[in-house]
Ligand binder design. Structure first.
Ligand code: ADP
Length: 264
């Protein structure tokens, strides 16, 4: 509830202060509005790219698909993969647009070793990429299992998109914290680009990462999820050598803390 504004008998200083507060409020609203506008513009742009590809392949199918089997196969495959990309992106966008109160966070003791091994298996089946899991058995942390899995998937997904070698995941415990560490030996991220990778729609190399299927939304969603479940993300990367992401999960109920940090 706001106090009712009383505009009588104020001194000049008080009026000055009030007008400054008012201007700050306007600026905040304007910034929010601009951010939203930017978000919608970026989202539409990102969704338009796969749609355009789908449209052009559908056209090709219509014209020459029936008499050229190789065109038929190529088009169907392209349409399928672009549709999948759109589906992933839409899911990410929907989550980002939703208020966190609607996320239905349920915190509990989670067996992190089991969660990591299960996710690695699911991931291996889906992408055919080898993932090695090392670590202690029965490491428990306080978290929301499905959201943590989603978080882990974002990092596994990046690790497989930006590297050709096996991915290594480590699970362990350190004093009051538990960790899941995702290590890839891929292309890495340049030092000067690292501070921006958590921004919405940011990609280090537009052409290259778009080809890999990214819209620059994964890590910004990761930060939102981490904030909601009390995980701290630490990201370390060396260009040309690879990337290590650490998810620090509290052992008990400590929810407020920084959600991400870049190690340089
Ligand atoms: P995307 O969906 O495009 O991968 P993210 O928000 O997950 O978006 O990541 C932002 C950008 O950071 C990526 O486009 C990519 O350029 C870079 N990046 C993220 N993870 C890695 C990684 N493991 N190795 C190399 N580059 C990465």
């Amino acid at each position: 509830r706001f106090n009712r504004l009383q505009l009588q008998g104020q001194s000049k200083d008080e009026l000055m202060e009030m007008s400054m507060t008012f201007n700050d409020m306007i600026e905040l609203l304007e910034n929010n509005y601009k951010k939203q506008e930017q978000f919608v513009a970026n989202a539409s742009h990102e969704l338009k790219t796969p749609l355009t590809i789908i449209e052009s392949y559908a056209n090709l199918l219509r014209r020459r698909g029936l008499d050229r089997p190789e065109i038929f196969t190529e088009s169907i495959e392209a349409i399928h993969s672009e549709a999948m990309r759109m589906k992933d992106m839409t899911e990410q966008l929907l989550l980002l647009a939703k208020h966190k109160e609607q996320w239905n966070i349920r915190l509990d003791n989670v067996n992190l070793t089991e969660l990591t091994i299960g996710s690695a298996k699911a991931f291996r089946n889906a992408y055919g990429k080898e993932i090695r899991v090392n670590g202690q058995p029965e490491v428990f942390g306080y978290s929301d299992e499905s959201k943590l899995k989603q978080l882990l998937f974002i990092f596994l997904d990046n690790a497989q998109k930006y590297s050709d070698d096996d991915i290594v995941v480590e699970v362990g415990a350190l004093s009051d914290d538990r960790f899941i560490r995702i290590i890839d030996r891929g292309i890495g991220i340049a030092k000067d680009k690292l501070p921006y990778v958590f921004d919405r729609f940011y990609r280090v190399d537009e052409a290259r990462t778009r080809q890999a299927g990214g819209a620059g939304l994964g890590l910004s969603l990761a930060v939102e999820i981490a904030e909601a479940i009390g995980v701290r993300i630490e990201l370390d990367s060396v260009e040309g050598e690879g990337t290590t992401a650490e998810l620090w999960i509290p052992e008990g109920n400590v929810i407020m803390r920084d959600s991400h940090r870049i190690l340089i």
